[in-house]
Design a protein around this ligand. Structure first.
Ligand code: NI
Length: 261
């Protein structure tokens, strides 16, 4: 792993101990296969959105390749690729369209997440620097799970994605079967495996790990979903490996941080 990925991985590992179990099931001794893409969540607000995150990634050799729109979740997204080395992970950055939500949601996020100016080097790993209230969290959750996640976790990696093509002759379906046998909970929203070979991409993911979060208005810390692990198998379309993302699949993958039913 390059220095940037290494730094992001360390911050991701803190909230995703599940990764150890995933590696054990697949007998992986290093982290090099987790190079399909790394995903971030952000806010469509001056200095805190896609544009700012992309700018900080340009000097690492990344450039925007495609844009996506998620109407129901009120999100925009882009994916970036490394122009010098196609084996570096792609980066997927989404942003919540704050102006399409209630003044409560917008003001809450502006007064917590956007209260301090983030320096470039902190932007991808800053985490949370403010105190949180459970009543506020619950109210955000009613409007947008994505907003509630950022309120709790701030700016940091949301997930790393295993490149299934890097595993020897194991399909994503076989992978999911192995995880289920090992009692790793998978995101079953829609179907377990999302997408298709003819569309160029099949994806699956675990449900998020949870971490104990201390709330100002609760006596004891409680478990809140944190980050998850995604799996992507890519296929050729007209002779070229498909490198993009499918809106319909990604829409369901976002739900990996929902509370377990
Ligand atoms: Ni993803």
């Amino acid at each position: 792993m390059e220095a940037l990925e290494q730094k992001l991985w360390s911050s991701y590992l803190e909230l995703t101990p599940l990764i150890k179990k995933v590696k054990k099931v697949l007998s992986l001794s290093d982290n090099n296969a987790f190079n399909d893409h790394i995903a971030f969540r952000s806010l469509n607000y001056n200095g805190y959105g896609i544009k700012r995150l992309c700018t900080s990634l340009y000097h690492h050799g990344y450039e925007v390749k495609n844009e996506y729109y998620f109407q129901k979740k009120k999100l925009k997204a882009v994916h970036l690729e490394n122009k010098f080395n196609p084996n570096r992970p792609k980066i997927f950055i989404s942003e919540l369209l704050l102006n399409e939500f209630s003044p409560f949601l917008k003001n809450t996020l502006l007064n917590s997440v956007c209260q301090n100016e983030l320096k470039d080097q902190e932007l991808l790993t800053a985490g949370r620097t403010w105190n949180v209230k459970y009543t506020v969290y619950k109210r955000l959750l009613e409007e947008s799970e994505y907003a509630a996640w950022i309120y709790i976790h701030g700016y940091r990696v949301n997930h790393f994605t295993l490149n299934v093509n890097a595993l020897n002759n194991l399909s994503i379906e076989q992978l999911c079967f192995k995880f289920k046998q090992a009692n790793i909970e998978l995101n079953e929203s829609g179907t377990t495996v999302k997408g298709s070979s003819s569309l160029g991409l099949k994806q699956a993911s675990t449900m998020a790990n949870s971490v104990l979060v201390k709330f100002e208005d609760l006596k004891k810390p409680i478990n809140i979903p944190s980050c998850y692990v995604e799996f992507a198998e890519r296929f050729k379309i007209d002779g070229d490996l498909f490198n993009g993302f499918l809106v319909q699949s990604a829409d369901k993958i976002f739900e990996s941080t929902n509370h377990a039913a």
